[in-house]
Design a protein around this ligand. Structure first.
Ligand code: HAM
Length: 417
């Protein structure tokens, strides 16, 4: 009996796993430059963290939470922000005099969405949260950090991705925005879909990202002039944009319609989007959330962060990871009787920190040499009768097919340049 993996999950085969690992290493290097520390949290989480933290009417809470059937208060985490805040509050990580706490996480998230290309039920995020300061400089720095990570993957702004940015202002401004939308959309209610009529009463901001064509049409004709923002919030946002300019991020789409699907945001919100993945355009997203820590039982700690969707980014980079990285040395031997000598050589190379392997099935030398190409070896060591007798090694550089006979020191010299 053959079994299928769970729909909407993905097996990372070696090429994919290598891609994921490579991206993670690159991201960690940049995170290190910006002073972020890692937090590793469980995939099982107290469901109330999300019920309280994300908003009752968000899609995640209403439709996508994976609850553990026989354990009432447990679910698989759908995102990392509310969970990280829970952990910081529980573990008293917000110290009295700390200026800014910079934390990151890498891990699997779970959402019961309808699976399609780039939309999974188990996916991975690299998430960052900068906590403790409300400052437009920090918002801009967080965006720049995401931008730098994407660039370190070889992605370019304008070519592979775009930056969309908006501000929701303070909580009061957000309420003013909601009232403004209610007034503006009231006459259009009969043309909104049923869900949006429901959203009109419960969470009107969600109408702005409805996929229904009629709703989209209505939304695209809205004139959102940001008159609902306080002067303070307008100034804050202008400073975020000015800092981005200073950082050399001058190309972005300042979009008053961008509201994001989670309720905890205030002030700056942003998304990194791409045209290269069809409907699943967001490869990363985030924003400021100044009220969540308090909402989850902590003190007032203003925060800002984002999550990058690893699988979506990997889809964009698929062509760069078609081949596994090469093994450094493949050791081939003439005749079964020389297997042990070859194996000794492999182990000595590994002791020197050089990746090495050999064929355990003991086939002909010709077949081993053919196999060495398949495993993409950079060098092949050939051990024939003569080499073994004279305690030397024939080293072939697979790139130019040149070969030399060397002793063990010479071998190590050549392989560790
Ligand atoms: P989010 O927009 O829900 O934000 O998710 C962030 C990213 O995760 C998305 O831009 C996308 O790349 C990826 N993603 C989301 N859902 C899926 C899915 N079903 N399949 C594949 N990839 C997916 C958050 O989760 C916030 N916690 C981000 C944040 C951190 N805001 C502040 N700090």
């Amino acid at each position: 009996m053959k079994y299928q993996g769970v729909k909407g999950t993905m097996d990372f085969l070696p090429e994919t796993a290598e891609c994921a690992y490579d991206l993670e290493v690159k991201a960690r290097n940049i995170l290190n430059l910006y002073g972020y520390r890692e937090l590793r949290l469980p995939v099982l989480e107290n469901i109330n963290v999300f019920l309280r933290g994300l908003g009752d009417t968000t899609d995640i809470v209403q439709k996508q939470l994976f609850r553990i059937a026989d354990k009432e208060d447990i679910c698989l985490r759908p995102e990392g922000t509310a969970q990280l805040v829970r952990s910081c509050v529980q573990n008293n990580l917000f110290e009295a005099n700390e200026r800014v706490k910079k934390l990151f996480y890498v891990g699997a998230m779970f959402r019961g969405e309808r699976p399609q290309k780039g939309r999974l039920r188990q996916f991975h995020q690299i998430g960052v949260e900068a906590m403790g300061v409300r400052s437009p400089v920090l918002d801009a720095e967080v965006i720049k950090l995401g931008y730098d990570i994407l660039c370190s993957f070889g992605l370019e702004n304008g070519k592979h991705f775009s930056l969309e940015i908006n501000t929701l202002g303070t909580l009061d401004d957000k309420h003013a925005f909601e009232s403004y939308l209610k007034d503006t959309l009231e006459s259009a209610k009969p043309d909104l879909c049923d869900l949006c009529n429901d959203r009109y009463d419960k969470n009107i901001l969600r109408v702005l990202d409805c996929k229904n064509p009629s709703c989209k049409e209505i939304v695209s004709n809205l004139d959102l002039d940001r008159s609902y923002l306080s002067d303070e919030s307008k100034k804050y946002y202008a400073e975020v944009l000015r800092r981005l300019d200073d950082f050399g991020i001058t190309v972005y789409n300042d979009d008053p319609l961008l509201v994001r699907g989670l309720d905890y945001y205030t002030h700056t919100v942003f998304e990194f989007t791409t045209d290269l993945l069809g409907a699943q355009a967001a490869i990363g997203a985030g924003g400021r959330y100044d009220n969540l820590v308090k909402e989850l039982g902590g003190k007032e700690v203003p925060c800002c962060g984002f999550g990058l969707g690893l699988e979506r980014i990997m889809l964009m980079l698929e062509d760069d990871y078609k081949e596994l990285s090469p093994i450094r040395v493949f050791v081939a031997y003439a005749g079964e009787e020389n297997f042990d000598a070859a194996y000794d050589c492999v182990m000595m190379l590994r002791d020197e920190g050089i990746s090495a392997d050999l064929d355990f099935t003991k086939p002909s030398l010709k077949s081993q040499l053919k196999y060495s190409q398949k495993v993409n070896a950079e060098f092949v060591v050939i051990l024939g009768e003569d080499e073994i007798k004279n305690n030397v090694y024939m080293l072939r550089d697979m790139q130019n097919s040149q070969q030399h006979t060397v002793d063990f020191d010479g071998l190590i010299d050549k392989l560790t340049y």
